[in-house]
Write a protein that binds this ligand. Structure first.
Ligand code: GLU
Length: 448
């Protein structure tokens, strides 16, 4: 069967067997279409039904998470862990706690994670998990009780050589601490490699907190340098104000850029003098407040309701670091009209398929999530290495390794895009480079 026909056949099967799962269907479509030239060169992958196999999670766990809120009432949430692919290493990927979480979202994130993790060059498979639990406004005790109930089920399915969860939206150092504490109690053993993003006093890695944001900027700087540009003197818009956005802002500013806007799910702030990141850190990391509060400290800045309007601000570089689908076709067109030069994704799949098409048709340099934000999980893998070695590397050592990894990812994606006849198409290059390693491993391991 011809490659194109084969991909169409698999896509229509995905549509049939995953009804209503828009995010998952979109994510598989984006990857599978870009693999057509690979399948033309490697008919053995078609013969081995490799695509049908790779789009089917190896295991999906869905469980009840009952817990008691501060008013003594019983609440029930749904927990997920999708163990997508372990061909190249133990399942690895974050946990997301957000009311929007459903099976489609966890499957799309898990599917992306397979290729992202492969791109890091480190031996980690792909997985994702989470819950529709909403951490916003919850007390510390409520968060702890929820994490303990979540782990009371999840502990059966994870382990340092089996599946290693970490953070994602709504899951940071605090949550990982509670999850790890309960895992340790349930298993009666100290197994630090079971989770990453841990606190520094119990096996966490220096630079893990910064890694996704720093890695994103290192990746974007590679894209810029390769096109005779740099962050220096550029105006940057970054959406979000969580862990990724904060450290992307910090690194972009260190490299001489001016970051003029950040957002949360209510709206965005604009500071023409450049965002004061220490104010944001205090609001978001200490007070766990809303971005609007920036106005109280920097009265010359502006606040606008509605987070998606952030893309109307004129900028040279856009780093979407909030969530999936945040840049639609219309926002992409505005960014193009405003002459954006680079869009690099800190969040997972923040640009819709239509938005990506707009960027590609208008020669915007586009850094897809699975390459551009791989620094977080790469550093998680470095945390696993340190846990196995039972030692800790310095911040500088980890940061140096991170920089090297991001550079390699850029070079490999670029090389793959050239090899398959689409020079400059980093999206395609990332999908191909990420896929090839997993595909070769799956071919060698037989039908499992
Ligand atoms: N949630 C992050 C991601 O999307 C990090 C996962 C990890 O460290 O395992 O890649």
């Amino acid at each position: 069967m011809e490659a194109k026909q084969y991909v169409e056949k698999v896509l229509s099967k995905i549509n049939r067997t995953n009804p209503g799962e828009k995010e998952f269907i979109d994510a598989t479509k984006e990857v599978l279409i870009s693999l057509i030239p690979v399948l033309e060169k490697h008919p053995e992958f078609i013969k081995a039904s490799l695509l049908e196999r790779i789009v089917e999670p190896e295991r999906q766990i869905i469980f009840r998470v009952p817990w008691i809120n501060d008013d003594g009432e019983i609440e029930v949430n749904r927990g997920f862990r999708v163990q997508f692919n372990n061909a190249i290493g133990p399942y690895k990927g974050g946990l997301r706690f957000h009311p929007s979480v459903n099976l489609s979202i966890i499957k799309f994130l898990g599917f992306e994670q397979i290729f992202k993790n492969s791109l890091t060059g480190l031996p980690i498979g792909g997985a994702k998990g989470g819950s529709d639990f909403n951490p916003k406004g919850k007390s510390d005790n409520e968060i702890m009780r929820f994490c303990q109930s979540f782990m009371a089920e999840l502990y059966k399915y994870i382990g340092g050589n089996m599946d290693v969860p970490a953070g994602d939206i709504g899951v940071g150092g605090r949550e990982i601490g509670y999850l790890y504490g309960y895992y340790k109690k349930l298993k009666s053993l100290s197994e630090q490699g079971v989770l990453t993003g841990k606190g520094l006093t119990f096996g966490g890695s220096l630079a893990r907190t910064e890694a996704t944001g720093y890695g994103l900027v290192y990746f974007a700087e590679e894209m810029l340098n390769d096109n005779d540009m740099s962050f220096k003197g550029k105006t940057v818009v970054i959406s979000g104000s969580g862990n990724v956005a904060i450290y992307a802002t910090q690194k972009a500013q260190e490299l001489g850029a001016k970051v003029v806007a950040l957002s949360d799910s209510n709206g965005y702030i604009y500071d023409e003098n450049g965002i004061d990141i220490n104010v944001i850190k205090e609001i978001k990391e200490v007070r766990r407040g809303r971005i609007k509060e920036y106005l109280d400290v920097v009265p010359n800045s502006k606040y606008q309701e509605g987070c998606n309007k952030i893309w109307e601000i004129k900028c040279d570089i856009a780093l979407p670091c909030a969530t999936q689908g945040e840049i639609n076709k219309q926002s992409a067109e505005i960014l193009v009209t405003n002459r954006v030069k680079v869009v690099a994704e800190g969040a997972n799949m923040p640009s819709t398929l239509e938005a990506i098409e707009v960027f590609q048709n208008n020669n915007v340099l586009f850094g897809p999530a699975k390459a551009a934000n791989a620094g977080g999980v790469a550093c998680s893998a470095l945390e696993m290495s340190q846990n196995s070695l039972r030692l800790s590397w310095t911040f500088e050592e980890v940061d140096k390794k991170l920089k090297e990894i991001m550079k390699n990812i850029y070079n490999n994606t670029k090389k793959s895009a050239e090899e398959y006849g689409q020079p400059g198409n980093i999206l395609m290059g990332a999908n191909i480079a990420g896929f090839m390693k997993v595909a070769k491993a799956m071919m060698s391991q037989g039908l499992v």
